[in-house]
Write a protein that binds this ligand. Structure first.
Ligand code: PFF
Length: 456
């Protein structure tokens, strides 16, 4: 049974739309992926490449997803089915539901570590920490078969509670409260880090302009990053935009979200690298940066422990608001297409995530309990990440671009994109169609081939 349109929830205002969508884009990616990739791949030159990727791929795909979601006001699978009934296009949505699960399996595991570190920071565990103790702290968390799983369950309980409250009272209320707080916390960390002696070396790492470092692979890395960062290619934005208000101009919403997300990434880099360099540490990527280097360098500063709490709190916010959007994909599908109540849909999705998430947790390191089990040389944790980020997202993005560029009704798209919020979009719509038909698919085919290792 499908619910009548009138009973479907919506966000209450344009501001709510902005914060919820930004909450999806801002996540762990801003903190441990983006700054490091920027610093190591040409700094300012990488930023310029990333900016072009947003313009030519990120924004067009985001606007496409927004059109599909708001036009149909359906979940990721139902939306395609409504626009092109009884065709295989709906499987873009099926892939999305599957990918949201895969991402959640490892993302909730890392979010569990973040929550745990927030707890440890609150308890003052990191005062007087040394390089050895920082390493052994994290080492014991990653290989521990019980504690991380308990924290993963806590994470999923928090996410489930918020989602059960619904779109307005849950997602909207939380993102509207926490996203401004995240900005505030990150700015506090920035001020502290930038006033350290030697901070300029960190800024130099992030912003030096080295066009020589921009190789083909770097361009493709930027393109892949734009995709993961902006939560594209798997129906997340289709699902969220199905709750958008009628008055939103889809172009300007997409642009505001993409640029605010970029601003968060830069602010995160400006909080982390000056501190890392000021204490003579090496910049690293991923878990090492977040869970070893940061506790170590922050604990050495004046007010370090307060700052660590602020930092892990903002990371928890980022991870949580991103997960709300990830889990909303199966929740909307189950409640609209499978006749489950919202509560039951949240429950089923969370149980599946905890079960498979356990596999990720137990394989996060090669010395973890299940770390020895590998497929194509990858453990469960890395496999979930690889299949979702490197295969499904770019493929989904490509198919969405083809769907909107060639299969969907052009007048229908024009009508949805036209003149809302007092903007006259005539020329933008023409440009949009040109990019989504020719440029975006071509670039995505390149990313896709590259991520499968075919180009390198
Ligand atoms: N954009 C999030 C981040 O950068 O951490 C991750 C993410 C969220 C990817 C939602 C995909 C998604 F649907």
């Amino acid at each position: 049974m499908q619910e009548p349109k009138a009973s479907r929830e919506k966000f209450s205002s344009g501001l709510a739309v902005f914060f919820a969508t930004l909450g999806s884009a801002v996540g762990l990616g801003n903190i441990w992926k983006f700054p490091y990739l920027t610093g190591n791949n040409g700094g300012g030159a990488f930023l310029l490449v990333y900016f072009l990727c947003i313009l030519l791929v990120g924004l067009p795909v985001m606007v496409s997803e927004f059109y599909i979601g708001r036009k149909t006001r359906k979940n990721a699978i139902g939306a395609f089915e409504q626009l092109k009934p009884k065709t295989a296009w709906k499987h873009i949505g099926s892939m999305g539901v599957f990918a949201s699960g895969l991402i959640m399996f490892f993302y909730s595991c890392v979010a569990g570590w973040v929550y745990f570190y927030l707890f440890k920071a609150l308890m003052g565990t990191f005062s007087n920490i040394t390089l050895e103790t920082a390493k052994s702290h994290f080492g014991s968390v990653v290989v521990n078969p019980v504690t991380p799983i308990l924290w993963q369950m806590i994470v999923m309980t928090v996410v489930s509670f918020i989602l059960i409250m619904g779109v307005q009272k849950g997602i909207e209320k939380i993102t509207k409260t926490l996203m401004p707080l995240l900005f505030l916390l990150i700015i506090i960390c920035d001020i502290r880090a930038l006033t350290l002696p030697g901070a300029s070396e960190g800024l130099n790492f992030l912003f030096h302009v080295d066009f020589g470092a921009v190789t083909g692979t770097v361009i493709l890395t930027a393109l892949g990053l734009a995709f993961f960062k902006l939560s594209l290619g798997m129906g997340t934005m289709v699902t969220y935009s199905s709750y958008f208000t009628e008055g939103d101009n889809l172009f300007s919403t997409a642009a505001k979200v993409a640029f605010a997300d970029l601003a968060v990434s830069m602010l995160a880099g400006m909080a982390v690298f000056p501190a890392v360099f000021a204490f003579g540490m090496e910049p690293s990527a991923g878990p090492g940066l977040l869970f070893m280097t940061i506790p170590l360098v922050f604990s050495k500063m004046l007010f370090g422990n307060v700052l660590l709490v602020a930092f892990f709190f903002l990371s928890s916010i980022a991870a949580t608001t991103a997960m709300l959007s990830l889990v909303e994909v199966p929740v909307a599908y189950l409640s609209e297409e499978r006749g489950l109540s919202r509560k039951a849909s949240v429950f089923v999705s969370s149980v599946v995530i905890v079960l498979f998430g356990t596999l990720a947790s137990l394989s996060a390191d090669s010395s973890s309990l299940l770390g020895g089990i590998t497929f194509f040389g990858k453990g469960f944790f890395d496999l979930f990440d690889f299949i979702s980020s490197n295969i499904i997202l770019p493929l989904g993005g490509l198919l969405i671009a083809l769907f909107v560029g060639y299969a969907a009704n052009k007048d229908d798209i024009k009508q949805e994109l036209m003149n809302r919020g007092h903007l006259n979009n005539g020329w933008m719509i023409d440009l949009f169609f040109f990019i989504i038909r020719y440029i975006t698919p071509a670039l995505l085919i390149l990313v896709f081939l590259n991520s499968l290792g075919i180009l390198s």
